[in-house]
Design a protein around this ligand. Structure first.
Ligand code: SF4
Ligand code: SF4
Ligand code: FES
Length: 314
């Protein structure tokens, strides 16, 4: 017997959401979705959520269970029981609830649209299909597995504070076209993706990788797009300059030069950006937090340099 503590919301009846508890004997081997269905079919027919395939294929049953997004049809309910007997169910995060566990996916789809999720080949269509080698397909295989469930979008920390961020799903989808051998707009794509709200706004927390029910692993795909952006020399932006400055510093001395990093990140000729740094710099100075100009050299710096040499060779 478990308690399902469910966040209910029906603005037609009550403006504020509330929690309601249901007791259910979890049948042997039942998934979380099976239990949600039992609650709906036997205890409260008004309980509302999305579902379709029951096979972790359609992506529609994503909800938050005990604070984290997952596919309800992919998880054994008994594995989710917390504190002895409770499972807390809530709607996905970073999207507006419509009713109970159903959220408005419009911002999610708008961002997918923004990355132009279709091939833009350079050449005219051949008579038959455009072929790819198995190696070329391998580069986009993982991102192709995305089922658009929104779990990553729900739990992305950046989206909580910046709704302009494209988000993990759209960026993983973008990688699928950036690295597609049949696409002819790689440079234009990474240029667009390097603007504010794009790849460089990701904070590398990897939460999206934890939540993704498929091998799409959005953060890994974001890193791949970052790499292509640097290879394409799309570097006139804070994120790329930050990555380059960081690498240069570690490569040359084995340590991070925190004095030059912020300046090199905003750009030496970016007068406004440099002025924006001033208040933080001054606060750090007065609080005695400015890093020393001269660091003592680190032991075994040659080992660090050798790692970079090996990586460069790769
Ligand atoms: S790694 Fe980036 S995209 Fe993924 S959840 Fe964290 S901030 Fe969001
Ligand atoms: S990347 Fe993973 S978590 Fe995000 S929408 Fe696609 S399948 Fe779902
Ligand atoms: S019902 Fe389709 S993924 Fe769960």
């Amino acid at each position: 017997m478990a308690t399902f503590r469910i966040k209910r919301y029906n603005p037609e009846k009550q403006p504020e959401p509330y929690y309601e508890e249901f007791q259910l004997d979890i049948p042997q081997g039942a998934t979380l979705l099976d239990c949600m269905n039992q609650i709906k079919w036997t205890l409260d027919g008004s309980f509302t959520y999305r579902m379709s395939c029951r096979s972790a294929i359609c992506g529609s049953c994503a909800v938050k269970a005990n604070g984290h997004a997952l596919l309800a049809c992919q998880r054994q309910a008994s594995h989710l029981v917390k504190n002895g007997d409770t499972i807390v169910l809530e709607p996905l995060g970073n999207m507006k609830p419509i009713k109970d566990l159903v959220v408005d996916f419009k911002p999610f789809w708008d961002k997918i649209d923004k990355i132009k999720p279709y091939l833009q080949p350079k050449t005219r269509a051949p008579e038959k299909e455009r072929l790819q080698s198995p190696e070329q397909f391998k580069r986009i295989d993982d991102s192709s597995t995305c089922i658009m469930c929104g779990s990553c979008y729900s739990d992305c920390n950046v989206l909580e504070v910046n709704d302009k961020f494209l988000g993990p799903a759209a960026l993983a989808k973008a990688q699928r076209f950036v690295e597609d051998s049949r696409d002819g707009k790689t440079h234009e794509r990474v240029k667009e993706l390097s603007k504010p709200g794009g790849i460089w706004d990701c904070t590398h927390c990897a939460e999206c990788v934890e939540r993704c029910p498929k091998p799409a692993r959005p953060f890994d795909r974001i890193k791949e797009v970052m790499t292509v952006a640097l290879e394409e020399r799309v570097t006139n932006n804070t994120g790329a300059r930050h990555a380059i400055s960081f690498t240069k510093s570690i490569k040359s001395s084995g340590r991070l030069n925190e004095n030059t990093l912020p300046v090199e990140s905003v750009g030496y000729f970016n007068v406004k950006g440099l002025f924006d740094l001033l208040p933080v710099g001054l606060r750090m100075l007065f609080k005695g937090k400015i890093p020393p100009i001269l660091h003592k050299s680190i032991d075994d710096v040659d080992d660090v340099k050798r790692i970079f040499m090996e990586a460069d060779k790769e």
